[in-house]
Design a protein around this ligand. Structure first.
Ligand code: C5P
Length: 232
């Protein structure tokens, strides 16, 4: 499994995104496009960044009835993204339908990753709002197992959980981990953070890094530092 650093391009517009990416002249970082940019700029932004030679993780976190997710995944697959995701809480049937929709006629497909419980969901909210009474760590692991059962490639999780996920679901089950900060950097609103080097040690396969790169004085240098620490 090749390790890589994915830059979270959380910009409000196509122009701001392309301006940011134009700073990278020697390398073509893996790019995460989220809901804000996708809904604002439309699918064209994906085609354009892809044409520039970047790999794309399209972070739209689908969650609907299996048939709708299957059809939507088929559209995303034709957009030629490299990785996309959905909510594991949509059930195993929904995840299986997603794989079906994502698979191209030649048998290839983008990587498909599941969100387990959002890191913004507390134990209290899960119990009171969702009526799930289990400890959140058990829920995360159960959803990860469901994702594996449905044939998905991995999960989004905290870098601190990457080791346990690999233990339970196998070393080839991919862990994509946000919440990464440099040892001497700002934590911002992230709570459970770790450094690129530590994420590597614990076993993350991909780290998703936003502001430590996008808000850095020298984003290219910050990206290179991430790659040096994480990929080596
Ligand atoms: O700027 P920062 O490095 O915190 O960005 C992390 C990225 O990963 C953001 O796009 C954020 O929405 C995303 N993310 C996260 N935690 C999750 C899932 C996604 O931080 N559990």
């Amino acid at each position: 499994m090749g390790k890589d650093v994915i830059i979270a391009c959380d910009f409000p517009s196509k122009e701001a995104t392309l301006e940011f990416l134009s700073k990278f002249t020697d390398e073509k970082p893996y790019v995460k496009i989220g809901m804000e940019l996708f809904y604002g700029a439309g699918p064209e932004i994906v085609r354009e960044i892809k044409k520039m030679g970047h790999k794309i993780f399209l972070d739209l976190k689908l969650h609907d009835i299996p048939n709708t997710v299957k059809k939507a995944m088929s559209v995303l697959s034709h957009l030629d993204v490299d990785m996309c995701n959905l909510h594991a809480s949509g059930t195993v049937a929904m995840m299986e339908a997603a794989i079906e929709g994502l698979t191209r006629p030649d048998g290839t497909r983008p990587l498909l990753i599941a969100v387990t419980q959002l890191t913004s969901t507390s134990q209290e909210a899960m119990e009171n709002d969702l009526l799930i009474k289990e400890p959140i760590a058990n829920v995360v692991m159960h959803y990860a197992s469901n994702a594996k059962k449905a044939g998905l490639d991995g999960v989004v999780c905290s870098p601190l959980e990457a080791g346990v996920v690999h233990e339970k679901c196998g070393k080839d089950f991919i862990t994509v981990t946000p919440g990464v900060r440099f040892a001497d950097g700002d934590v911002g609103d992230q709570v459970r953070v770790t450094t690129p080097a530590k994420a590597k040690e614990i076993g993350s396969d991909y780290i998703v890094v936003g502001r430590p790169i996008t808000a850095a004085e020298d984003p290219v240098a910050a990206y290179r530092r991430c790659v040096a620490e994480f990929v080596g």
